[in-house]
Design a protein around this ligand. Structure first.
Ligand SMILES: *[C@@H]1O[C@H](CO)[C@@H](O)[C@H](O)[C@H]1NC(C)=O
Ligand SMILES: *[C@@H]1O[C@H](CO)[C@@H](O)[C@H](O)[C@H]1NC(C)=O
Length: 291
């Protein structure tokens, strides 16, 4: 049985029978087969694929209903299959994107193992594992806490990811001030998605944008973090190109009121990931000297 997974569409497809158009050279869906492609072809060969949908609306075969924040900083929901409640699921990770990810895990397990095991047994197994899963590295990863300042880091480098992680941070820290430091990753992506990034980042209380992490690109778009900072409306946004200066600015800001509850969230796919630990180190040193 082969397997295709389209997280952004909420679809899992399971290949049930060999089909003439899908073979070992093109059966891996990583960019080789587009969904439209698969869909139109599977209509021509209706028995080739079983398509399972999942999501937060009840139109999906598997859906999450009554999603609510729980005391662990994550979400609880009721897992439903074709509208019928099957289990209470509890996650330690916040945000709708983690609810969707957990549904994808459940649907994938169903697709792979229903021949060998009872559905109830599988769901119970998924439920237990999901309730203890605390995430993978650089996904809303806690860097540390000093007095009232909580530092988190996330790999988000696409507007939908930025939106999701900010939503998750708000869910976990509804009352704290949310300071977001964003390092755009590549000039081409910033040029293509600047306004989407600006909209997603405007949900923070305070935004710092660093210079673009170029990866291997040359800046033929004549764009930089300054342009993004200037596009953010409705909240405070500054352009601070150098990451050393970002750390210094954050230290100053936090030392003004070290017991004020603040969440610092560093976002991006480049060397921004070093800022959280540097900030933690600086704050610990300064605050120890003060005490
Ligand atoms: C597998 O698919 C590729 C691309 O569609 C095609 O060129 C090739 O002939 C196929 N191989 C077999 C054995 O069907
Ligand atoms: C979910 O939990 C509630 C409260 O404990 C319980 O009444 C309900 O039956 C559970 N639902 C399922 C589908 O297990």
């Amino acid at each position: 049985m082969s397997f295709c997974f389209f997280p952004s569409l909420g679809l899992v497809c399971t290949r049930l029978l060999p089909s003439p158009w899908l073979n070992s050279s093109n059966s891996n869906c990583n960019g080789l087969l587009k969904w439209q492609d698969l869909y139109s072809r599977s209509e021509a060969h209706p028995y080739s694929y079983k398509i399972t949908t999942y999501g937060i609306s009840s139109f999906n075969e598997w859906h999450a209903s009554s999603i609510r924040p729980n005391p662990h900083g994550g979400s609880d929901y009721i897992l439903c299959h074709k509208g019928y409640p099957l289990a209470n699921i509890s996650l330690k990770m916040p945000g709708i994107h983690n609810v969707l990810n957990s549904l994808a895990v459940i649907v994938t397990m169903m697709a792979l193992f229903t021949n060998q095991k009872q559905i109830s047994e599988l769901i119970n197994c998924a439920r237990l594992h999901l309730s203890s899963f605390i995430g993978v590295s650089r996904r809303f990863e806690m860097v540390g806490t000093v007095r009232g300042c909580h530092i988190y880091d996330d790999y988000a480098h696409h507007p939908t990811e930025v939106h999701a992680v900010l939503q998750a941070a708000r869910q976990r820290f509804p009352k704290e001030a949310l300071v977001v430091v964003f390092q755009p990753h590549t000039y081409s992506r910033l040029a293509a998605l600047k306004n989407d990034f600006a909209r997603a980042l405007s949900k923070a209380d305070d935004v710092m944008i660093s210079a673009v992490y170029p990866a291997r690109e040359v800046n033929t778009w004549n764009i930089n973090g300054r342009d993004l900072a200037a596009s953010i409306v409705g909240t405070k946004a500054e352009y601070i190109p150098n990451l050393e200066d970002v750390v210094d600015m954050l230290v100053l800001k936090i030392l003004e009121a070290p017991d004020h509850d603040t969440v610092v969230l560093t976002l991006g796919a480049g060397d921004i990931s070093t800022v959280g630990t540097r900030l933690l180190h600086e704050l610990r040193q300064r605050l120890q000297n003060v005490l």
